[in-house]
Design a protein around this ligand. Structure first.
Ligand SMILES: C[S@@+](CC[C@H](N)C(=O)[O-])C[C@H]1O[C@@H](n2cnc3c(N)ncnc32)[C@H](O)[C@@H]1O
Length: 265
């Protein structure tokens, strides 16, 4: 297969993955709030804040931002997946928020005017984008004093997670994530600058049943990269690994780590 065909096949697979899980996504994932609070503190001085949430998914973090910043912000929610955006619209409306708009669009060609955004955020999504094209677009759309916040897990952080440690070939299969040095290089390539980085460590507690349910429902898109036979076999080994390493299967604890990058023009 040519490289272009390979990329198109991966994109198609990713989009169909997000269509399949759009209705359950919010319940399958764990929503953190520390990074939202951090962004809020960072934007404290501004009064009217134009934000774009790129790869917003079903809107769980758009809502957190809207709640945190209240009437001071207007959020443009951008995603390439129509199903995700449909769920986002319902979710934000049910939660009585109005200061948002929904824009179907690709991170490589943002549906935003140049020099209009105070802040662009992207949570758990940058590894799905063409990062170089996305950063060029961000540079164009941000105001001169605007900031981009990227919340992600690095490849090394993913490796240390419960999935990376105990689910066969999970860490190697998920080769789309970045290391910090690679993010620095991409940022420099477009003439932008990483102003700060902040690592968040989250104590997680779960049950083997819940973990099994999450994997079976592909809460991480990594699982949609396994063929069915490999997935079934790997899930069995994961369950055995967990039983071997944790005494109480009703209270399995571990730490997840994420990083937040603040990038300026
Ligand atoms: C893992 S989800 C994260 C959703 C949300 N930010 C969150 O943390 O809950 C990634 C999202 O990025 C979207 N996405 C993937 N590639 C994209 C692209 N090139 N342009 C815009 N959105 C994209 C997917 O449709 C999906 O909704």
């Amino acid at each position: 297969m040519s490289i272009i065909k390979e990329i198109l096949a991966v994109e198609k697979n990713t989009n169909s993955h997000f269509s399949k899980i759009a209705s359950t996504y919010r319940n399958l994932r764990t929503t953190d709030s520390e990074h939202i609070q951090y962004i809020k503190n960072n934007l404290e001085k501004k009064s009217e804040i134009n934000i774009a949430d790129v790869g917003c998914g079903d809107g769980r973090y758009s809502l957190e931002l809207l709640r945190c910043l209240k009437d001071r912000c207007y959020i443009c929610c951008i995603d390439s997946n129509g199903e995700m955006l449909m769920h986002l619209k319902d979710y934000l409306t049910e939660n009585n928020t109005t200061n948002f708009c929904v824009r179907p669009g690709n991170a490589s060609k943002l549906p935003l005017e140049n020099d209009t955004m105070d802040c662009i955020v992207t949570f758990n999504a940058i590894h799905h984008f063409d990062i170089q094209k996305f950063l060029v677009e961000v540079r164009e759309c941000l105001k001169d004093d605007g900031h981009l916040f990227v919340y992600t897990r690095l490849r090394s952080q993913n490796r240390k997670s419960i999935w990376g440690e105990y689910f066969p070939i999970f860490a190697d299969t998920e080769d789309r994530l970045y290391e910090l040095s690679e993010l620095e290089q991409h940022t420099q390539n477009v003439g932008m600058n990483i102003r700060s980085t902040k690592t968040f460590t989250h104590l997680r507690t779960s049950t083997l049943d819940r973990l099994t349910h999450q994997a079976q429902n592909h809460h991480y898109s990594t699982f949609s990269l396994y063929d069915q036979e490999t997935f079934d076999e790997s899930l069995k080994i994961f369950q055995q690994n967990i039983k071997k390493n944790f005494r109480n299967l009703e209270k399995i604890t571990w730490h997840d780590e994420n990083i937040l990058l603040e990038i300026e023009k």
